[in-house]
Design a protein around this ligand. Structure first.
Ligand code: PAF
Length: 301
């Protein structure tokens, strides 16, 4: 099998089937890559699958809308689901196995374990979505232990999630390399997200301002302006530009996600804001001021 002719995709629904199918592929010594998703696949997910395919001979995509990472008033019930469409897209992008477990398969009766992180899981999303990263960390740990992939691929769009996953893999000695893939954007800058489907036509017009404000604030911080004032101005601009609520706009250490008062190391500017009932998140990389001008294109795109 060459990389230019992806194999047809095989759906499996149990951990036993997943392991059996992977064991056969593992025997030939070729690498295995996992792309964890919650389905509703868009170009951002397909970029993960393509990156996985470029790195490993065998790509498994998991599609599981994980109830444990949704809060009681969040969109678990209404989260977009399109299994047939997802399978066709995953196959076209080069995935070979799709793992589609039921909730009972992932969390059988009596399931009692939670993976909880401090460090990068503290603050930002956790302040507004309590328990979210417990759900993410628990399901990602399970998926990694179920598939035991050589590589697992995560998008930079969910930047805090990416840092949480990197940390849990390191802390728990899980022998999988976590690979980050840059955010895929619409031509107007809006980061692709399954939740963009919720936006009305009017909200969709406003939505790209989130990234525009991130770029503007990042530019001013990199030019040496004081962080607190620029962040306050950015929040005001989002509100004036049509966002109903801004959960946060924050400058953080790029790895630990500890809040930063000034741009004195590699940092990330992260934001979450609401348009009607849709919550959008996005982020952008900032280099420490000395090295700025040599890093074209490293803007989280
Ligand atoms: O990013 C997502 O889609 C989910 O949080 C993940 C990593 C698949 C875990 O459910």
């Amino acid at each position: 099998m060459t990389k230019s002719t992806p194999p047809s995709l095989k759906p499996v629904r149990t951990v036993a089937e997943l392991r059996e199918n992977l064991a056969r592929r593992r025997q030939n010594g070729a690498g295995i890559a996992l792309v964890p998703t919650m389905g509703a696949l868009h170009e951002g997910h397909l970029a993960l699958i393509r990156a996985a395919r470029a790195k490993a001979a065998h790509v498994v995509v998991s599609i599981f809308v994980n109830p444990k990472q949704f809060g009681p008033r969040e969109d678990y019930q209404t989260y977009p689901r399109d299994e047939a469409g997802d399978l066709a897209k995953a196959e076209a992008a080069g995935a070979e196995l799709a793992f589609l477990p039921s909730v009972a398969e992932m969390y059988p009766e009596g399931f009692a374990t939670t993976v909880h992180l401090a460090g990068p899981a503290v603050g930002l999303e956790s302040d507004f979505r309590p328990g979210h990263f417990d759900g993410v960390a628990t399901v990602v740990t399970k998926l990694l232990l179920q598939a035991l992939p050589d590589f697992a691929f995560f998008g930079e769009k969910d930047y805090q999630q990416l840092q949480v996953v990197k940390r849990l893999v390191r802390d728990l000695d899980i022998p999988t390399e976590i690979i980050a893939v840059p955010t895929v954007r619409e031509p107007d800058g809006l980061a692709l997200s399954s939740r963009n489907l919720y936006l009305s036509a009017h909200e969709r017009q406003i939505a790209p301002r989130l990234y525009a404000v991130l770029q503007k604030v990042a530019g001013r911080l990199q030019a040496g302006h004081a962080a607190a004032a620029e962040i306050a101005a950015g929040i005001e601009e989002l509100r004036a530009g049509g966002f109903d609520r801004v959960d946060y706009l924050a400058l953080c250490d790029a790895e630990s996600l500890a809040p930063l008062a000034q741009l004195d190391r590699e940092a990330r500017l992260l934001a979450a804001a609401w348009l009607g009932r849709t919550r959008l998140i996005d982020n952008i990389l900032l280099a420490p001021r000395e090295g700025l001008h040599n890093l074209p294109g490293r803007t989280g795109m």
